[in-house]
Design a protein around this ligand. Structure first.
Ligand code: SF4
Ligand code: SF4
Length: 356
């Protein structure tokens, strides 16, 4: 059995552990939004025994946000997101994918990123302490996150360089694409670390964070500490010179950062340096997805809108003046359905409060 077949097999065995108890159903954002059991964790686990070119079967597997909240309540410890990602790989190998996912993977081949944009390559040659890898969304779509991060790092007098050529590969991994896109960026980052002597890779995006920190271990890992910007700012908060204005904010935890990677207190430590924080109805490990993850925003936009509406209302009910997140993709998605609520990425929020 090849390594990849073995991996797929172990994921199938996981699905057999499901006791079909149904505890996960009501908590699932896609079930909440639709009331269809094939769009719930239990439904997905049951249907993961099939691979057929049927639109509802395909939707069942590809409309999972991979948010992971179902795993918290599961008494059998079923790794639902792992089962879903494994099944997506099997579908992709069988040539069955939502049409927009096919386009997305084509963009990865042709342009090196899922958006299909011509994104500039940024390289660092000299010796630096930190390599800042901004990721596709900050560079190509939500540029102020990239600019704010650079502004913050300069104000902290950090020795850093910027690196970007390829997407980290997260988009591909989460929708069933092969490992080659992730490996391509792994090799590039490895070279950059050797060339610059940097010991830290800093990222904005929780998708990049999970991929570079966890998935790149499959290729041998990187000889550097991988830090999300909220960790870095929390660890180096003494170098931040900020104007505290006591504004009332709420915080939206990204599923990848909080549940998948356990980064929960760090963004709160940074925010409370300048603002008063009020928690929304679901937060930290219990956070409710923004509706955009797992490739759902690309192919099932109605589902994204319905889930996002629930989250926006939870954030609005706090009465906070601003809802802050620390994920460029959550920011992009929430902002597009904010209906008057002000959404900010944490980097922009902090950059706006730097002492001149
Ligand atoms: S990961 Fe999230 S969207 Fe997917 S089945 Fe579990 S709760 Fe539902
Ligand atoms: S909570 Fe776990 S065991 Fe129960 S139905 Fe959901 S996945 Fe299966």
């Amino acid at each position: 059995m090849s390594g990849s077949e073995e991996y797929t097999k172990s994921r199938e065995i996981w699905s057999l552990k499901c006791a079909k108890c149904g505890r996960c159903i009501q908590i699932c954002p896609t079930y909440k939004a639709t009331k269809w059991e094939h769009l719930s964790p239990r439904g997905r686990i049951i249907l993961s025994s099939y691979i057929e070119d049927d639109p509802e079967l395909v939707k069942s597997i590809f409309s999972c946000l991979t948010c992971g909240i179902c795993e918290i309540v599961c008494p059998s410890n079923v790794a639902v997101t792992d089962v879903i990602e494994g099944k997506r790989e099997s579908y992709a190998r069988a040539g069955i994918l939502p049409a927009k996912h096919v386009r997305l993977l084509k963009n990865m081949v042709e342009r090196g990123n899922p958006y299909g944009d011509e994104i500039e390559t940024i390289e660092t040659d000299g010796e630096v302490d930190v390599i800042y890898y901004p990721g596709c969304t900050s560079l190509a779509r939500e540029r102020e996150i990239f600019e704010s991060t650079v502004k913050i790092l300069k104000s902290m007098e950090i020795s850093f360089g910027i690196e970007f050529r390829y997407c980290c590969g997260s988009t591909s991994l989460r929708i069933g694409g092969d490992l080659s896109y992730a490996e391509r960026n792994y090799r590039r980052l490895k070279d950059v670390l050797e060339k610059t002597g940097a010991k830290i890779i800093l990222v904005n995006c929780p998708g990049c964070y999970r991929t570079i920190k966890k998935d790149y271990k499959k290729f041998g890992g990187l000889n550097a500490e991988i830090l999300h910007i909220t960790e870095f700012l929390s660890l180096n908060s003494g170098r931040l010179k900020l104007k505290k204005d006591g504004i009332r904010v709420t915080f939206h935890d990204s599923c990848h950062l909080a549940r998948h990677m356990g980064i929960i207190e760090e963004p709160r430590r940074v925010l409370t340096l300048v603002a008063d924080l009020v928690e929304p109805e679901q937060s930290k490990m219990d956070s409710f997805c923004c509706g955009g993850g797992g490739g759902v925003r690309v192919s099932y936009r109605d589902l994204t809108r319905a889930v996002r509406k629930v989250r926006i209302e939870q954030l609005r009910k706090t009465g906070a003046e601003v809802a802050v997140t620390s994920c460029p993709y959550c920011y992009r998605n929430l902002k597009n359905g904010a209906d008057g609520l002000i959404i900010k990425d944490l980097t922009t929020f902090i950059a706006e409060r730097l002492e001149e």
